[in-house]
Design a protein around this ligand. Structure first.
Ligand SMILES: *Cc1c(COP(=O)(O)O)cnc(C)c1O
Length: 359
């Protein structure tokens, strides 16, 4: 009898594996992880306290409706609860959006290079990725993205600011683009780094969503709010879309610890946004230093910087690691470096200087 393995969907063949940022080496003298765009600050004491307290009941399932968090978010953003949906990180919510909109024969448009989860979750859905190259300036080419829309297009991701380049699209160009998108195509504004934006010309997706039923905004607690390990994100969208998200949610996906931490973080927002402010100052310092050394650094509005190193990408990443900082290389393209602790940022600037002097 011949042995056969369980039949798996053909769509899974050749899916690129998600590459998590490399952890910081243990055992070395110093090692900083600047590879996953995490928040370098430890949890706030108050947030820790609520999580510790909630940990006492993890024999119970979480509140499936995320009642406390939903009402907090509803108030914070001025949107009805029926327009909100939570999920296991905003990546989890993005995957639900694909489940809800796209399947074999459908097309999903996004810029490239952009967030590496997009091709993975698109391929899992069975839909076809339509990748539209960034401009020379590493920015979304919204005209080309609009030109790429066909009868098969179901969903378009706009990552603003874009991961891994940090670049943004501004109000006028984004509105012009949205005007060109048919009303039956969902536009997902992925705003994972929203709180790090200082450019006033960048629109708040939540304002755009209000007037446009085909716009969905994705936000996360992973970056500015420092809850990456707890997995909680959310979407703001009009009713049919938000309802579809609730249907596609994994039951009890968002743990009670995550719910409690998210509520506590919203209540401690001033303090958390103060930390974001310090990171933004560090970002300016790093970008200025790198530019001063002669590097071309695209304008970043996120908590990371992008260096297009091409063939030298892997060497640069190795030099960083040797010096004690782990960065995120995209071989053949460039390196993304998270803005972290000042000491870590100092190391990066130093490595960049010595690397440049050897070019
Ligand atoms: C980090 C990130 C997310 C958020 O991921 P979570 O699943 O919420 O941790 C979403 N989109 C982009 C572009 C990101 O960089």
């Amino acid at each position: 009898m011949s042995e056969t393995s369980p039949r798996l969907r053909a769509e899974l063949d050749g899916i690129p594996t998600y590459r998590p940022g490399k952890p910081a080496a243990s055992g070395g003298p110093v090692a900083y992880k600047l590879s996953s765009n995490e928040n370098p600050y430890p949890p706030l004491p108050g947030v820790m306290e609520s999580v510790t307290e909630a940990a006492g009941s993890f024999n119970r399932y979480p509140d499936m409706a995320c009642t406390g968090l939903m009402s907090e978010l509803s108030e914070r953003f001025g949107v009805p609860q029926s327009h909100l949906a939570t999920g296991t990180g905003s990546v989890g919510v993005a995957q639900q959006l694909l489940q809800a909109t796209s399947g074999p024969g459908d097309e999903v448009i996004y810029a490239w290079r952009s967030f590496e989860a997009y091709p993975i979750i698109t391929q899992i859905s069975g839909a076809t990725s339509v990748q539209v190259p960034l401009t020379q300036g590493e920015v979304h080419d919204l005209d080309a993205m609009a030109d790429a829309i066909t009868d098969r297009t179901r969903l378009i991701f706009v990552c603003n600011p874009n991961n891994p380049t940090g670049t943004v699209v501004r109000r006028a160009e984004l509105e012009r683009f949205l005007d060109r998108v048919p009303s039956d195509v969902l536009v997902v504004l992925d705003e994972a780094y929203r709180e790090f934006i200082r450019d006033v010309q960048v629109p708040d997706g939540v304002e755009l969503y209000r007037e446009r039923p085909n716009v969905c905004v994705l936000r996360t607690f992973s970056k500015a709010y420092g809850l990456a390990g707890l997995r909680v994100g959310f979407a703001i969208a009009h009713e049919p879309v938000a309802a579809a998200l609730r249907k596609t949610a994994v039951p009890f996906g968002v743990s009670q610890l995550a719910q409690v931490a998210a509520v506590a973080s919203l209540r401690a927002e001033d303090e958390l946004l103060g930390r974001v402010g310090s990171l933004v100052c560090e970002r300016t310092r790093v970008v200025d230093a790198l530019r001063g050394q002669g590097w071309t650094v695209p304008e970043t509005q996120a908590n990371f910087v992008w260096l297009r190193l091409g063939e030298r990408t892997v060497d640069f990443a190795a030099a960083c690691e040797q010096a004690g900082v782990v960065v995120r290389p995209f071989p053949g393209e460039g390196v993304r470096v998270t803005i972290g602790e000042s000491e870590a940022n100092d190391i990066l600037v130093k490595v960049a200087e010595s690397f440049r002097s050897k070019l």
